[in-house]
Every structure is written in C-alpha cells, then in structure tokens.
Design a protein around this ligand. Structure first.
Ligand code: C2O
Ligand code: CU
Length: 488
C-alpha cells in the first residue's frame, strides 16, 4: 500500500489499514473492523520484552498480556456471552478488571472482594455478557502500581450490531512510562511523596506500545478514533491541529455528537473517548496532535501524515455521527437516594496538580506519614482493596442514586466506579451538556460534580481514583448495592 509506506507503523497496522482501505474504496462499506469479534479468549500475563522505543531502540523489560504491549485487542459482540480465560504466568497474584463493563460482581476482578486472587500458574475463567457496545479496557487489580505500571493493560472493544459508517476504525492505546537511561522501567513504585501529589507521571508516552511516529491518513476519509488512556497517572489534553474531531462517546457510552470545548480533549487515566474525524487536510500535508495538559511540558504525541493520493471523496461522508444507544437504565431524579462523597487529603500545594511529579518534588516538605494520604468521607482504603473492609454505604438495589462528589484537594482525580455507567449531570453547579455518561469522571482541584445512576447491579463495587498512587494511598472505597452479601 503506497498510501502508508511512508509511515512508521508496524507491519500489522499496515496490513490492517491496507485491508480496510481496499474494502472501503471499493464498496464504501461501513466500519470495517480489524480484529474479528470472538466470544472466547485466553490471555496470559507474564514477563516479556517490548520495543517501546521503536524497533531500533533497546528492548524494555515489561509485564505484558501474551507478551504484547498493549495487550491483545479483545473484540466482543454486544449481548453475546463471552468467556475469557486468564492464565497467570507472573510470579505474583493477579486478577483482571474489565474496566467499564457492566457485569456480574463476581466477574469484576477485585481480589479479596469479588474473587480470590489468581495465583501464579493458576487460571480464572471470566464469563459475562457485555450489555453495552463501546470502547473499554482491561487491567489487573492486584499490585496495581507495578502490574499496570509495568505494562499490563489492553483494549476491550464491544462492537455495535449496527455501527456508524466510517472508512476506518482506529484504536490508540496511550500509555505513559517512566523509563531510565537504558529504557528500562524505573524502580520506585509507591513513592509516598508522589502519592501525595500528582502520582507517578513518567517521561515516555507510547501509542499502541511504541513511541509514536506518524499516523497515516488519507484526505477525505472518515475515521473513528478510539482513545484509551492506560497510564498510571498521566492526564492528557489532546489537540488535533487543523482538524475538528467530534466526540461521539465517552467511556464507551454514546453521547450527543459534539466538538470539544476549545478543541481540547481531556483524557485522564482510565478514560476513553471515541471520536469521528473527517480528514479534511490536503494530500501530502502533516498536522500535529499535541498533548499540553502539563503547563510546561507540551509535546507532540503524533502527527497525521496525509498520503499524496487524491481525496477519497470530495465532501465529507454524508452519514450520521450518532452511535446507537446502549440499554442504560435512566435514573429517576425525582425518586433518588442522595449520596455525598468528599475527596480529601494530599499535599496542599496550591499548585493545582498541574505540574510534574518528578521534577518539583525536591525541597517540598510536609509530607504526611503513614500509608493513607487520601480519604473519601474520612475513610481510607489502601493497597488494592482487601477482604473485610466494610462498605462505606449500602445502596438500595434498583434505586436511582444522585451522587455529589466534591474534590476538596488541590489535585486532579479521575474517579472510577466499578460496575456502572453514570450520567454526568453537573459540574460546579452548571449543567453538563451533550448527555454524557461515564465510568470515570475527571475532577479538577476543588471541582464538584453531580452524577446519577441506577443501582441495579447487586454486589460490592469499588470506587476509587484511577491515578494509581492515589488509589493505593487511600482514595478508594466500596459501595454495596443490595443486601450484605453472604460470603460463604
Ligand atoms: Cu480501571 Cu478499579 O479500575
Ligand atoms: Cu486521584
């Protein structure tokens, strides 16, 4: 494919892209998908080496699913039962959490809370039927700082029965790493100073497992771009120079198609955004994709590199942007239980967290001692969650819940609730437009958000910050839905 021959993409991507373009130029068929959906998978976390710095760079020792960074892209079908066998080839316990999927509590992958940990050499079979189509991901929920920070993460795509028509369906798994001079993963996970600040923000961002080169595109094509941030701590704010991406889903859930405020997309750890982009640049042109979340550390994530070929079509594809709705229960705000959650703790730097964890720590004293640096309503669950921690609250099964979450800290927090997607209703008193749903909501320092969901799924569900250092240092709790489980 001459279109992509000038681009730094892997052979597999070239093949995929080539196939897709061949299909679409001939038939203009909607949404080709590359990995075929299946209902059975087997994945094995273990040690591996990965070319994070590119084929010519030094290989990095990582922990990976099936030896791949990111882990294999799992594609499931909406409403079709899935069976995923996880075989632990690590030297320590693990589990897998299917982030954002509304599934039975016993399949949620929290060791000690929803299942026994998977011991080295042992397997666990996850079985669930994904009710929602969308962009999700999977990662361990044991020794989270190391297991996620050393590379265990992958995308989980649930395909719509009837997808919106696009020429290509692209996936960018974005991952931040802290590498040393030899391109090896730097030690020092769980640094308490960092845990009280912005967490372990690294120095190298990979796109689908390698430092990004360019993304080949063709003038006139319509692309669905699925963004997944699997970083331990790095928040991203992406801008697409010369393009007008339209957000069609957040955390896998369809929203009213809209252009982001100021063209800037905020993507905290664990968050996903589905975009539709009409490639309106000129053949042969190049356009930067920039991440400028941390004030002085803007960098070019990648570049759209247009092929020289004539535009695929003259005018943008005349087809709808709106994704088919998922079967989410609509909360009834007139009959809702109210829940107030206050996020507390951390270093009161007043710097808003909008700075790097690494560079500015020296000389900042006043760190609190002990493991719990953060808390939710005055309680701190630490580590990866443990059996026996009482739930913070019990919610009536089937009732609508109206949640007010206040960030009383000086830091950003992407707050994730297991087992549910929630409506994001208000931020700092103002209605949030575009009918947004999420499973991870990003709070700026001092933000207050209002969320709502129906507590229709019984069990003990984690609620925690997805900046992993914050989670393991106390910004975590459990909400129980329904009667106390009898854990026999
Ligand atoms: Cu993706 Cu408990 O997390
Ligand atoms: Cu946090």
């Amino acid at each position: 494919m001459s279109v992509f021959s000038n681009c730094l993409v892997s052979r597999r991507e070239v093949l995929r892209a080539g196939t897709a373009l061949a299909v679409t130029t001939l038939m203009l068929k909607p949404s080709p998908s590359f990995a075929t959906p299946a209902s059975e998978y087997r994945i094995s976390p273990g040690r591996a080496r990965a070319a994070l710095k590119g084929e010519n760079g030094p290989a990095t020792g990582v922990w990976a699913y099936d030896g791949r960074i990111p882990g294999p892209e799992l594609r499931l079908r909406q409403g079709v039962p899935a069976r995923i066998v996880v075989e632990n080839r690590l030297e320590e316990d693990t589990t897998v959490h299917w982030h954002g999927i509304r599934l039975p509590n016993a399949m949620d992958g929290v060791p000690g809370l929803t299942q026994p940990p998977i011991k080295p050499g042992e397997s666990f079979v996850y079985e669930f039927t994904p009710p929602d189509a969308g962009t999700f991901w999977y990662h361990p929920h044991a020794d989270s700082l190391q297991q996620l920070g050393r590379g265990l993460a992958g995308a989980l795509i649930v395909e719509e029965a009837d997808p919106v028509p696009v020429d290509r369906d692209l996936l960018w798994v974005l991952t931040d790493w802290r590498l040393d001079a030899d391109a090896q993963i730097a030690p020092g996970f769980g640094n308490r100073m960092e845990a009280a600040m912005s967490g372990r923000v690294g120095n190298t961002v990979t796109l689908n497992g390698t430092v990004p080169g360019t993304q080949g595109v063709r003038a006139g094509e319509r692309v669905r771009l699925r963004l997944v941030n699997t970083s331990l701590a790095r928040i991203m704010a992406l801008r697409f120079d010369g393009h007008r991406p339209v957000v069609v889903a957040t955390d896998g859930q369809p929203c009213d198609p809209h252009e982001p405020d100021g063209g800037r997309l905020l993507l905290g750890p664990a968050m996903r955004i589905d975009l539709i982009i009409d490639m309106q640049g000129d053949p042969g042109s190049r356009h930067a994709v920039v991440d400028d979340f941390y004030d002085e550390l803007a960098y070019e994530l990648t570049t759209f590199a247009y092929a020289d070929d004539a535009p695929l079509r003259k005018n943008p594809l005349d087809a709808p942007f709106r994704l088919p709705a998922n079967p989410l229960p609509q909360p009834d705000l007139g009959d809702a239980e109210r829940l107030d959650l206050a996020l507390q703790g951390g270093m009161m730097s007043g710097m808003g967290g909008n700075m790097m964890g690494g560079g500015m720590m020296q000389g900042m004293g006043g760190m609190t001692h002990g493991r719990a640096t953060w808390s939710i309503n005055g309680t701190s669950m630490t580590g990866d969650g443990h059996a026996g921690m009482p739930p913070l609250m019990t919610l009536a099964q089937g009732r609508s819940q109206l949640v007010t979450m206040r960030n009383e800290t000086a830091w950003w927090h992407p707050m994730h609730l297991h087992g549910f997607s929630f409506r994001v209703l208000k931020r700092n008193g103002a209605a949030v437009p575009h009918s947004l749903w999420a499973d991870t909501v990003l709070l700026a320092p001092r933000d207050t958000v209002e969320l709502a969901f129906v507590a229709d799924n019984p069990g003990d569900w984690m609620l925690h910050c997805h900046i992993t250092d914050h989670q393991t240092a106390g910004l975590m709790t459990v909400l129980r839905v329904g009667d106390a489980k009898d854990k026999t």
